[in-house]
Design a protein around this ligand. Structure first.
Ligand SMILES: NC(=O)c1ccc[n+]([C@@H]2O[C@H](COP(=O)([O-])OP(=O)(O)OC[C@H]3O[C@@H](n4cnc5c(N)ncnc54)[C@H](O)[C@@H]3O)[C@@H](O)[C@H]2O)c1
Length: 252
């Protein structure tokens, strides 16, 4: 028996680094995984990897979860496939960066849409299904929710991810009577396809890892292990909080 055997888990961004790792791990732990990604090719690669391991994932690309119509359709397709929802893992996101003075209005709205709306829309539509027999919402935030940067213009990213932490608290409180738990996770620097070019370059690597006491990036599997614990019944008394997975960065 896996740790989340038979649970229906909707995971967004399953074509990306952490989403792919989550799809694989959750399926290995017995979950019925329903994924999606904006990038249909990357989603197909994850499907191929899973099939090679004898694992299954339903759902496909290309789905844009920053569009409420597509978010609703994704949730309803999962319910049509599996009949219920036990876990909603809001992992997908995309951000644009720029200083307060230079960031365009378009980039600001793009980031809020693709980092905050993208959490709210699937949750809103999944809520009545999660409420049927209780469930878990896992929202991926970032250490950017907890601090500014002297190196990169993370204003929009930071605001959106702080919004993810804040809305998670409200989800947790509103979810109590329906036995829905909600927890956010704030990763630090994680080695994924998005960060790989920066981590491969010694100059940008040292900038990225400056202030990380463990002196290494985290792995997707280290974030997913935390999410798996939160998704499992072992975390039955944990709700409304944020869990930081950052190699000690915020401790400094
Ligand atoms: N990698 C890091 O260092 C790091 C640090 C802190 C937080 N995070 C967070 O972790 C989560 C996973 O990030 P990752 O590192 O795996 O990044 P990633 O870019 O590898 O994966 C994100 C995936 O989300 C998909 N996506 C983007 N916009 C979408 C949309 N509108 N609809 C559907 N899918 C969409 C992308 O196509 C991509 O496959 C994100 O929420 C990210 O903000 C990452």
């Amino acid at each position: 028996m896996g740790r989340i055997e038979g649970k229906v888990a909707l995971i967004s961004g399953t074509g990306g680094g952490q989403g792919r790792a989550a799809a694989l791990r959750f399926a290995r732990e017995g979950a019925k995984v329903f994924g999606c990604d904006l990038n249909a090719g990357a989603q197909q690669e994850t499907l191929d990897l899973m099939q090679a391991e004898g694992l299954r994932m339903a759902g496909g690309g290309s789905v844009d979860l920053s569009d409420p119509v597509q978010a609703s359709a994704w949730v309803e397709a999962a319910v049509a496939e599996f009949g219920c929802i036990d876990i909603l893992y809001n992992n997908a996101s995309a951000a644009r960066f720029g200083s307060i003075a230079d960031m365009s209005i378009d980039d600001w709205h793009y980031t809020l849409r693709n980092e905050l709306d993208i959490v709210f829309f699937p949750t809103k539509y999944a809520w009545p299904h999660l409420a049927v027999r209780g469930g878990v919402i896992i929202n991926i935030s970032s250490v950017a929710a907890w601090g500014a940067s002297t190196v990169t213009g993370i204003g929009a990213h930071s605001a959106a991810k702080a919004g993810v932490v804040a809305v998670t608290r409200q989800m947790a409180i509103e979810g109590i009577k329906s036995r829905i738990r909600a927890v956010s996770i704030s990763p630090g620097v994680i080695a994924t396809p998005g960060t790989l070019p920066f981590l491969a370059n010694p100059a940008t690597r040292s900038i990225l890892l400056d202030g990380v006491p463990m002196e290494r990036p985290g792995e997707s599997d280290e974030v997913v292990a935390t999410a798996l614990f939160i998704a499992s019944d072992e975390a039955s008394y944990i709700t409304g909080t944020d869990i930081v997975v950052d190699g000690g960065m915020l401790a400094l």
